[in-house]
Ligand binder design. Structure first.
Ligand code: C5P
Length: 312
């Protein structure tokens, strides 16, 4: 908690600023089960946090305010519906404190991209406000609040590589050999709404047009225990990919560009439209990045796994 204390210009001891870095996630396996009565689908997924980060800074203030810079400026609503504001309020209610903070979001994770950027920002806000307000909640306490904010918010608190079940909110770490996997992340033009992609998958399945659903995560978990990107590449899969391509057909050529450049795997990240490619190393990643660049709005080289939301 000491890192949260600093002397401000007027010489008064004040809390803050608290700066929290939070990663984007990709899904190494995204198996989508049936639609449940509550409007969510049962999932079996393997989350993986990668080195593409947003940052939330929390300072003391007289009210709850949010400013931002970077990806999505002018597009992202900074009002009460924003997940950052909702996360701060949810923590304040749980901790029985006044929700007062000046929050600033530095965004590198694109909006509605299938990288859980909004969920990442919510997780970062929980950690930042917990430090600012001295609430001293455990990660498990924060995870309980996190799941009320979105299905993949709990994972972003922990990071690493983890199994997600239920609607994705129940996470348990995957015990894998320490490995560094190299990813090329291609940001597509446009956005995809997660609910729309899930609905499209239901439609394709009803029409008998969806590929066979993924079965268990066993092959992927076994692949993570080896260090061979070829083996891992063969085990990756995403049930939402067909639906994302159906709504955004240009993704086919992005995926094909990566395959032709020798990626060990090319797949849509989460509900898309971001595509990710598995490379052997950084040099291989650069070669794949060059091939997919004409098919993307931006390309980022990343590695994983990395830790979840952390102060510092
Ligand atoms: O949990 P979150 O708010 O991130 O989910 C956004 C939307 O994605 C849900 O409202 C739902 O339409 C869809 N979804 C789903 N099944 C899940 C997770 C999300 O259908 N397991």
């Amino acid at each position: 908690m000491t890192e949260a204390w600093a002397l401000e210009n007027d010489g008064q001891l004040a809390l803050g600023p608290v700066r929290v870095k939070v990663p984007a996630k990709i899904n190494l396996h995204l198996g989508v089960g049936p639609l449940r009565g509550d409007g969510y689908h049962e999932l079996h997924t393997v989350y993986h946090a990668i080195s593409l980060f947003d940052e939330v800074t929390a300072r003391t203030g007289d009210a709850l305010t949010l400013t931002m810079q970077g990806e999505g400026v002018g597009q992202l609503d900074l009002g009460d519906d924003n997940l950052v504001i909702r996360a701060a309020k949810a923590l304040a209610v749980a901790a029985k404190v006044e929700p007062k903070a000046r929050l600033h979001l530095r965004k590198s994770i694109p909006l509605a991209a299938g990288l859980a950027g909004g969920s990442a920002d919510a997780a970062a806000t929980l950690v930042a406000c917990d430090a600012l307000w001295g609430t001293q909640f455990s990660r498990a306490d924060l995870a309980k609040i996190a799941e009320t904010l979105g299905s993949d918010v709990p994972f972003l608190l922990f990071g690493g590589t983890a199994l997600g079940t239920g609607r994705g909110e129940t996470v348990s770490p995957v015990l894998a050999r320490p490995s560094k996997w190299h990813w090329v992340v291609a940001f597509a033009e446009g956005e995809l709404s997660t609910p729309a992609v899930f609905r499209e998958l239901d439609r394709l399945r009803e029409a008998g047009q969806a590929p066979a659903p993924l079965t268990s995560t066993d092959a992927l978990l076994a692949a993570l225990r080896q260090k061979d990107p070829e083996v891992l590449g063969a085990a990756l899969g995403n049930d939402l990919e067909a639906a994302a391509i159906s709504l955004h057909p240009a993704l086919e050529s992005t995926l094909e560009a990566g395959r032709s450049a020798g990626a060990h795997a090319s797949l849509v990240s989460g509900s898309g439209p971001t595509c990710v490619f598995l490379a052997s190393d950084e040099v291989h990643g650069e070669k794949i990045a060059e091939a997919v660049r004409p098919h993307a709005r931006g390309v980022h080289l990343a590695h994983g796994p990395v830790p979840g939301a952390r102060v510092g």
